[in-house]
Design a binder for this molecule. Structure first.
Ligand code: ZN
Length: 351
């Protein structure tokens, strides 16, 4: 097939999108109605074979919090902490947005609380939304809100975004630096990991710093998942995974969702969308060599980052699948990266 032609029949399950954060910040954005200004909308998703993914509840920093930045030296900072009432208000708004999108979707969008519900969309015709929190700011220290959100459908949780909260320390954005910046999980953070294990909520280590990662690796009984991070050895961003971290993911039989963000793909860390698909392949090859291809999935970060122009939006997914075929990956390997590996890790975590 020529480039740009579609490889039909490969559904994709994706580790991260920021649709709910976009909608929270921009009232004219509508996932169900569709828009061409952003990476992801329901109609484009269905046409491109996007069968589901983690939909992140993320509380964007306010100016006042950005001004109260926490400094880690060498120019590295993170926004200040988010007060619990504001975080709970914002999270409830985004959860409600997801629910209302589902109600208005005429059966084309559904919430996935079980592996079976996640698999339902793979046959086509609908999109499975896994409710995810990117940063546990909306969860109180006694974890009462965690129980509430679990009942409501939450099945995945990143302990931190790139800022500190009562549970841990998120890694500041930086380049040519390792993620070993700041302290590990708090006592409440360790309790949070244990409670997520008990309930069957996936613990996501993307955005967590190195000491926090180590704490998760020591405490958690579930596979360790980095939903949207790449290989530090290739692109030395603080957001990427060092070899030690990749090894811990391998040892837990976890998964890395490879991020489409050009800053996390490129060896120079530049935010240019003029970035060939081969840079994506570089990370897949490196991570596969270290932990096995069967522990790799996609973690697009749609609507959260700049992505290579050859992908452009969700509509570029078939082109990426086709590129994998061109690079010599077998149909089974491509289906593993596209969805089977994610399905395996979600099944093990949730059941
Ligand atoms: Zn993120």
């Amino acid at each position: 097939m020529g480039s740009g032609e579609q490889l039909p029949g490969i559904p994709v399950f994706d580790g991260h999108n920021d649709v709910l954060g976009r909608a929270f910040e921009n009232s004219t954005y509508d996932f169900v109605e569709g828009t061409d200004t952003y990476h992801l909308d329901l109609t484009s998703a269905l046409e491109a074979g996007f069968a589901g993914g983690l939909f992140a509840i993320f509380v964007p920093p306010r100016e006042v919090e950005t001004k109260r930045a926490r400094s880690f030296g060498d120019g590295l900072t993170t926004p200040g902490t988010v007060p619990l009432p504001r975080a709970q208000q914002a999270a409830a708004t985004m959860f409600s947005q997801l629910r209302r999108y589902i109600e208005r979707s005429q059966g084309k969008l559904h919430m996935a609380r079980t592996a079976e519900e996640a698999r339902r969309a793979l046959a086509g015709g609908s999109v499975a939304a896994v409710c995810h929190m990117e940063g546990a700011e909306a969860i109180d220290g006694e974890l009462h809100a965690l129980d509430l959100y679990y009942e409501a459908g939450l099945r995945s949780l990143g302990i931190t975004w790139s800022r500190s909260n009562r549970f841990g320390c998120g890694v500041p954005f930086g380049f040519n630096r390792t993620p070993d910046i700041g302290p590990g999980l708090t006592r409440a953070g360790k309790d949070l990991v244990r409670r997520c294990n008990e309930l069957g909520i996936m613990v996501d280590v993307s955005h967590l710093n190195a000491k926090g990662f180590r704490d998760v690796a020591r405490i958690s009984r579930a596979p360790i998942v980095a939903s949207h991070s790449n290989a530090w050895k290739i692109s030395p961003s603080t957001r990427n995974l060092t070899d030690d971290q990749l090894d811990a993911i391998r040892d837990s039989d976890g998964l890395v969702g490879v991020n489409f963000g050009v800053q996390y793909l490129r060896p120079d860390g530049q935010a240019t969308t003029d970035t060939p698909l081969e840079r994506f392949r570089d990370h897949v090859e490196y991570i596969a060599e270290r932990i096995g291809l069967h522990r790799i999935g996609l973690g697009s970060d749609f609507d959260g980052v700049e992505i290579p122009q050859e992908i452009g939006s969700v509509r570029g997914l078939p082109r990426l699948m086709h590129a994998f075929a061109d690079w010599g990956y077998s149909d089974e390997e491509i289906r593993g990266i596209a969805y089977n590996n994610w399905m395996r890790v979600l099944t093990e975590t949730w059941e």
